[in-house]
Design a protein around this ligand. Structure first.
Ligand SMILES: *Cc1c(COP(=O)(O)O)cnc(C)c1O
Length: 412
């Protein structure tokens, strides 16, 4: 048997009490899957409910007060997102369904207009499928070449190799700010500088970064950045593409319909200016309001505290896992977000995950939508525990205890 410390001997508490999350309040789930989707705090649910109960109507093109109130709520959510990202203006913020759609928008509209046969695009070994497949589709459509920046043994990007690939003159580099599978953070600002020096446009996938660190698109100087609402304690059904205003202004629409036009006739249609040019049809109005509430909620906590909490939980989790024979952590990046990936010798990650699930410990298992990375590591997948602001040492104790029990069951 393994002797373990109990959470009372460590001082890692939650940043926000579990009770702030109705789904977790009073229950006994150890929810360690925020990287797949975060639970929703009451303030976000209340904010959306209040909006639907008092201010809801379809937005734009109506002059009655209710529709004006809804339009105002939607457009002020956009301004809130611009502030959150350090973006120059709300017009540089396009609402989408999720991060995946945001990257597809960048690939189809920007990539489709700017790239031509023989051009190169650079991605990295750390990417989520959402930042691989849209570029592959574009590659196949236009006849492009995909370059892949490798990682070192710890799971950090190999910046020398990246430089050698940048010397091949890719027109665009699409890079994650943090790996959802290993938790590795990448030096986005430095990468954007090197990519720009090499003449490449820079697209940042910030889906994992957004809940864990301050984003500053002006300081990072990226051309585009995508994130998703549901991993930021907001609702699902909403994502964001930030684009530099001059780039967005020159981009063609990618979906046609209502709301994205200035005038329509059968002979010719004039398109609206960004961001509306890229928001065809009725947008996710209530989810935009919910996302703004989630941003207020996270901003009130503060990034220093969030990063310190992530670090403490990660360190504690790695310590606890090291006590358990057969557990191998995967990835040891220099800088990381609150994610710990591991394998248990001789056991498929899915079997580990289901046994943990029977004990109320929620972790994700498998390839984490990063199959090329798993292939590179020679793994069928990993077990991934990811931390949110409501997690504490007791959740990690639960994980460790459940792993010990799982080992005993599997050893029989
Ligand atoms: C989750 C995730 C995405 C995709 O987010 P969706 O909300 O599913 O569109 C993209 N990139 C990374 C790194 C992710 O973790």
């Amino acid at each position: 048997m393994i002797e373990h410390r109990t959470s009372s001997e460590t001082s890692i508490g939650p940043l926000v009490p579990r009770d702030a999350f109705p789904l977790l309040a009073g229950g006994d789930l150890a929810y360690l899957d925020s990287a797949a989707s975060a639970q929703k705090p009451k303030v976000v649910l209340d904010g959306m409910r209040q909006f639907y109960e008092t201010s809801y109507a379809n937005i734009h093109r109506a002059v009655y007060p209710l529709s004006e109130a809804a339009t105002e709520a939607y457009e002020s959510a956009r301004a809130r997102v611009a502030g959150f990202l350090g973006a120059p203006s709300p017009d540089s913020i396009v609402f989408t369904r999720n991060a995946t759609e945001a990257i597809n928008l960048a690939a189809n509209s920007f990539g489709g207009a700017r790239l031509k046969q023989g051009d190169r695009i650079l991605v990295t070994m750390l990417e989520h499928h959402a930042n691989i497949v849209p570029w592959q589709l574009l590659r196949d459509r236009l006849g492009l070449e995909l370059l892949v920046a490798p990682i070192d043994g710890a799971g950090d990007l190999d910046l020398d190799a990246l430089d050698r690939l940048l010397a091949q003159g890719p027109k665009l580099a699409a890079i994650t700010a943090a790996s959802n599978a290993l938790g590795t953070r990448t030096p986005v600002k430095e990468i954007a500088r090197r990519a720009h020096d090499a003449g490449a446009f820079v697209v940042i996938d910030a889906a994992q970064a957004a809940p864990h660190m301050a984003i500053d698109v002006a300081d990072w100087d990226c051309d585009f950045l995508a994130f998703t609402g549901h991993k930021l304690y907001g609702p699902d059904g909403i994502g964001v593409l930030y684009g530099k205003p001059d780039l967005l202004a020159a981009m063609p629409p990618w979906q046609g319909g209502g709301d994205m036009i200035r005038t329509v006739s059968f002979a010719a249609t004039e398109y609206a200016d960004p961001p509306h040019r890229f928001e065809a049809g009725t947008p996710p109005i209530g989810p935009a309001v919910g996302l703004a509430a989630a941003i207020d909620f996270i901003a009130a906590i503060g990034w220093n505290r969030i990063e310190a909490h992530d670090k403490s939980l990660t360190r504690y989790a790695l310590d606890r896992l090291r006590e358990i024979p057969g557990i191998r952590p995967v990835g040891a990046g220099r800088e990381r977000i609150g994610i710990v990936s591991f394998t248990l010798d001789g056991v498929h990650p899915h079997d580990v995950g289901s046994l943990l699930g029977t004990r109320g410990v929620c972790v994700r298992t498998g390839h984490h939508c990063a199959q090329p990375l798993m292939d590179h590591l020679g793994l069928p997948g990993t077990v991934r525990a990811s931390f949110g602001i409501h997690n504490d040492a007791a959740d990690i104790d639960r994980l460790a205890e459940a792993l010990v029990a799982a080992r005993q069951i599997l050893a029989r």
